[in-house]
Design a binder for this molecule. Structure first.
Ligand code: LLP
Length: 399
């Protein structure tokens, strides 16, 4: 397949996706729960169908993600619609389909009420609360602190409870939600947040609300560095909140994205050439920030390897691995110790399953790459066509 693709492509392991889901399912044994896969992490349609078949629900942040989830066959009553700027039309669809909706603000509550009226359906809502626990992650992926753009102002909790009470035909409060951030590597952070959340739930129940869902969001990190550091597993995460959930007889909703899909994939690239400028050595590849933007956007590390390791005696140098896009932000890795690769050889960027293809762009008219997966028996299948120049020109047809 590498021989036939003359462009970068994503390559997934289907069995690894299955194993990641199984790890969560085993961790959740003994609890009533929903694993809501965060579609934003990766929206490949075949991957979604696979996750649905494994029993996942879905976490959505737009009307189109909701449409996709429905087409992929997800049970809408195991789906959660999140977001600080949900649009009325999308909320109407959510209300019609019967998905859980998180209340994020005063205006969001108004829109959910309007959507319920338009759809003629009562909406099951959760209140998105900010536990204000520091997730200790890059500021761009921290969300659960009190200055974040997400969630309600906790001091106004009573206002929200009164508002919900005043719309008994439109809203049914069923739970509380929080999402602290992404790439979290310490489970204490989840436990601290869950303790705060159950106190809120106690307070809400004390007012006569029959709420039964605690949604602790997503956020578990993965071992991007490949240094052998032992990171918390789904079991560690669930075990740290298990007693709290059981003590209040709650259903637990979790919203993992990265920890289900990131480590199942790599971006396969081809080396165009090697060059040196000033004190810097560069490996120039055909992949770029257009296919995979995380290093450029968050300065994040994703492990890089050559596909065919050269002979053991080849000299290793320190390289920046860069793409052909016309700006210096276009790098996949900095200061990587690698043998000097021959032009045309393969180079992979690991852990590219989450927030890579779903954040790909067509910058510099590098069209979005194809995707493949490998199955248990070693067979490889294409699971998404690569975008073409003709696809691009179609946007202008008939104008
Ligand atoms: N639930 C909510 C409300 C979220 O905002 C997110 C992710 C998730 C669940 C899933 O979180 P996960 O388990 O994947 O950490 N583009 C960034 C990550 C942005 C995450 C946004 N929210 C990256 O490439 O690292």
């Amino acid at each position: 397949m590498e021989a036939v693709e003359r462009r970068p492509f994503y390559l997934y392991s289907k069995p690894q996706i299955t194993r990641n889901v199984e790890a969560y399912k085993e961790a959740l044994e003994g609890l009533n729960s929903i694993i809501g896969y965060a579609i934003k992490a990766n929206n490949n349609f075949l991957i979604l169908q696979h996750l649905k078949n494994l029993g996942c629900g879905a976490v959505l942040v737009s009307g189109n993600e909701l449409r996709l989830a429905i087409r992929a066959g997800f049970d809408p009553t195991r789906c959660i619609f999140n977001g600080n700027g949900k649009l009325l039309d999308d909320l109407v669809l959510a209300a019609q389909e019967g998905v859980f909706v998180n209340i994020d603000s005063e205006f969001d509550l108004d829109n959910i009420v309007s959507a319920a009226r338009i759809a003629g359906k009562k909406v099951n809502v959760l209140l998105r609360i900010n536990p204000d626990v520091d997730p200790q992650v890059h500021p761009y992926v921290a969300t659960g602190n009190k200055n974040s753009k997400f969630g309600i102002r906790n001091e106004k909790l009573q206002w929200f409870l009164d508002a919900v009470k005043s719309y008994p035909d439109e809203l049914k409060l069923v739970g509380a939600h929080c999402h602290l951030g992404s790439t979290i590597t310490k489970v204490d952070i989840f436990r601290d947040a869950a303790s705060i959340m159950v106190k809120f739930i106690d307070e809400i129940r004390a007012q006569g609300f029959d709420i039964n869902y605690l949604n602790i969001g997503g956020g578990l990190g993965i071992d991007y560095y490949h240094t052998g550091t032992v990171l918390p597993t789904p079991r560690d995460l669930i075990d740290t909140v298990r007693e709290l959930v059981l003590s209040r007889n709650l259903n637990l909703i979790i919203e993992p994205g990265r920890s289900l899909i990131a480590n199942t994939c790599c971006l396969v690239n081809r080396v165009t050439g090697v060059k040196t400028n000033g004190t810097k050595n560069f490996i120039v590849i055909d992949g770029s920030m257009a296919e995979l933007i995380r290093p450029s956007l968050y300065d994040s590390y994703q492990h890089i390897e050559l596909v065919s390791p050269p002979s053991p005696d080849s000299a290793v140098s320190t390289f920046d691995v860069v793409g052909p896009v016309c700006e210096s932000a276009d790098f996949l890795g900095k200061d990587r110790d690698l043998p000097s690769p021959a032009s045309g050889s393969g180079l992979v960027v690991h852990d590219a399953g989450a927030y890579c293809m779903s954040m790909a762009s067509t910058y510099n008219l590098k069209m979005r790459p194809p995707e493949y997966w490998v199955d248990e028996d070693g067979s490889v299948a294409k699971i998404r066509h690569g975008e073409t120049f003709e696809d691009h020109m179609r946007y202008f047809e008939g104008l």
